[in-house]
Design a protein around this ligand. Structure first.
Ligand SMILES: [Fe+2]
Length: 345
């Protein structure tokens, strides 16, 4: 198990790098834009391939490293389904899991600090974002924060975890690095309340100034999905209507890049093949399934995913691999569904 806690001193943010082995897949939680060079260097040094980057919520105090990491490593971006970020590869909800080789995180919806706040549980440790901090809790006075929801998230979910579970928060301002659920229940001053009303009262009277970076960070963190524009400018995008016409004319081999969990939950476009995004690179190589399919079928390869982010990266990779008849469904299955096009289970 490879585990690194990385610190951004400007915003006091902790980011976490996880992998099961050298030479394997890695994921990162809450990366900071200014530290992306450092993460890339560390990935190289540890011989890791970044496949997923998660934000626990839409941050107000730093600019996220998600889009820079996506553009430099072609990794999948992950946030909660409530997020106001424009394009994220996978939007998770409570009960989902985020998997990479040898690592599985259970997704816990823990709103309160913001309405898109999630925690991620991995065996002996939980990444609590800004929901539960060490001897503190995340403020609830902006971004649809809600002290009642936070009370429920903390007391109803996080404190139900075993006492010895390690707590790894998204920030610490005092120099602490890790705590446990038992320690926080006993010693976190915000949690020594007798009722939800007492907690609300406490949280509503903190009178904190706005984060210094808020006016920069929030709008920037909401606009992260630029890859689709570049792809569209090259003429490699199809609208749902264009895709439907081409499917009817039998001109298209349609490829679903999503994971099994997403396919089960949201359905599939009828007649599509399944090549999950992490398997894309080998299938695009000489002798790979997609290279062969493009050559033998003489059909256009059209990629789709949930919102069009993975498929935008796939179409770029396919074009680079010499498959000029590669396109993608702009906006993904979400756009397909809102255009009223059919989906099967
Ligand atoms: Fe936050």
């Amino acid at each position: 198990m490879i585990f690194r806690q990385l610190f951004d001193s400007t915003s006091s943010t902790y980011s976490y790098l996880l992998a099961s082995r050298h030479g394997g897949e890695a994921l990162i939680i809450d990366p900071v834009l200014e530290r992306v060079d450092r993460y890339i260097q560390l990935l190289r040094e540890l011989d890791l391939r970044l496949v997923k980057a998660i934000d626990t919520h839409l941050h107000a105090d730093h600019v996220t490293g998600l889009p820079a990491l996506r553009d430099r490593t072609q990794c999948i971006t992950v946030m909660g389904e409530q997020t106001k970020a424009d394009v994220i590869s996978i939007r998770v909800s409570d009960g989902d899991h985020v998997d990479i080789e040898g690592v599985s995180l259970n997704v816990l919806y823990t709103p309160g600090h913001t309405d898109d706040s999630y925690s991620f549980l991995m065996a002996d440790r939980v990444f609590t974002g800004d929901t539960l901090l060490i001897r503190g809790t995340g403020r609830t006075d902006f971004q649809n924060g809600d002290p009642r929801a936070q009370f429920d998230s903390i007391f109803g979910k996080l404190l139900k975890l075993p006492d010895e579970t390690f707590v790894y928060p998204a920030h610490d301002y005092k120099g602490d690095t890790v705590s446990t659920i038992g320690e926080e229940r006993a010693f976190n001053p915000r949690l020594q309340v007798k009722s939800v009303d007492e907690y609300i009262e406490l949280m509503n009277n903190l009178n904190l100034p706005d984060p210094k970076m808020m006016d920069v960070a929030v709008p920037s963190n909401m606009r992260v999905g630029l890859a689709q524009d570049i792809v569209a400018q090259k003429g490699w995008s199809l609208s749902p209507e264009q895709l439907r016409d081409r499917l009817e004319q039998g001109q298209v081999a349609l490829i679903d890049l999503r994971e099994d969990q997403e396919r089960k939950k949201h359905g599939i476009i009828p007649g599509s093949l399944h090549v999950s995004y992490p398997r894309l690179a080998p299938e695009l190589e000489t002798g790979g399934l997609l290279q062969q399919l493009a050559r033998d079928s003489r059909k256009e390869l059209v990629f789709y995913c949930a919102y069009g982010e993975r498929s935008a990266m796939a179409v770029q990779a396919a074009q680079k691999a010499g498959i000029t008849a590669a396109r993608h469904l702009q906006g993904g299955l979400a756009a397909w569904k809102s255009a009223g096009e059919p989906v099967t289970q």
